[in-house]
Write a protein that binds this ligand. Sequence first.
Ligand SMILES: *Cc1c(COP(=O)(O)O)cnc(C)c1O
Length: 426
Amino acid sequence: MSDRLPGFSTLAVHAGAQPDPTTGARATPIYQTTSFVFNDADHAASLFGLQAFGNIYTRIGNPTNAVLEERVAALEGGTAALAVASGHAAQVVVLQQLLQPGDEFIAARKLYGGSINQFTHAFKSFGWNVVWADPDDIASFERAVTPRTKAIFIESIANPAGSITDIEAISTVARKAGVPLIVDNTLASPYLIRPIDHGADIVVHSLTKFLGGHGNSLGGIIVDAGTFDWSTGGKYPMLSEPRPEYHGIRLQETFGNFAFAIACRVLGLRDLGPALSPFNAFMILTGIETLPLRMQKHCDNAKAVAEFLAGHPAVASVNYAGLASDKYNRLARKYAPKGAGAVFTFSLKGGYDAGVSLVSKLQLFSHLANVGDTRSLVIHPASTTHSQLDDAAKVKSGAGPDVVRLSVGIEDKEDLIADLEQALGA
Ligand SMILES: *Cc1c(COP(=O)(O)O)cnc(C)c1O
């Protein structure tokens, strides 16, 4: 064996997996079982007391899910990961370890619509207060910090327009405030951006999107960078204080640089319950094997489609960070040199009616509410996901009446352009 460190594509195929020790199966088996037999009574007691690692019950951990966890941790450059049932479940589990009722977290205003909703409404009922900041104005994060701030949450490539966030600048604010930076890396995937390399302490994903990549399985994951010191100032009691449910152990003291991932598993997943089905873990693992190939094709197609749209007479403007003329192109070249992702928006000169007409005439692009599928997808946010907002709020969130969002798939780019051409022209 050479002592070379494996590259990204090698890790995407191999990290975490080995032939099944009992059957020799080469693909990772789906361990479709709820529970696991203990060797003896002492073994059972040590598993329950966190003195030994092993399988107990699939709500706490499962061998198929464990391969997925190890693989994504390797791709992101983290110390450990925890797979859960959806991207939204990952966000709940992360913040439950960090916030007590009455605490605050700062979030970038440009986020997936579902996250804006979750933070504004569901989290309010837990007593967790979101304070919004503008990712294009780093000082707005600094101004939002108070003694009750426990975390900062951003997206690396942000919804809906695919803008690029200055992760390093915001990580500097987080470090100064003594709070962890959480980065939702769903739209970039670790192939395009590895937020931990730029100062993120925690990375979350909706595995449902580019990592799974085929639009067939929901999932979410939390990656622990192992960089944050949870013991300072008693700000994070879930990690630094003795845990009554585990004989008084302190997670940071016992588990060091993967204590956060352990907390998410043994305090979050175990008690809140959003476990990932091993079947979905298998589907997502299979998807990840081709992540580098798919992601490059997604980006190359998106750039070609964005260039076509930018030159079309019915199009008023295109927001794609991969275009040299785009406001985010400098950040794209710094953070995502291989490509600026495949989700972006453009606006039509014909306004609302033109948007509705376009989505109804497209044939290859599916009109639906998802991103990160092999298939190309389209949505007109003003008549669907953002229809409940008034016109001013629609415009502010980047979903004005004239805006159309694409998630460009991995088909032949000539076919995608021809489809857009017939739908725009007819
Ligand atoms: C889809 C999505 C989520 C939520 O993930 P689910 O798997 O649908 O729960 C969170 N963040 C981003 C950026 C997303 O695209």
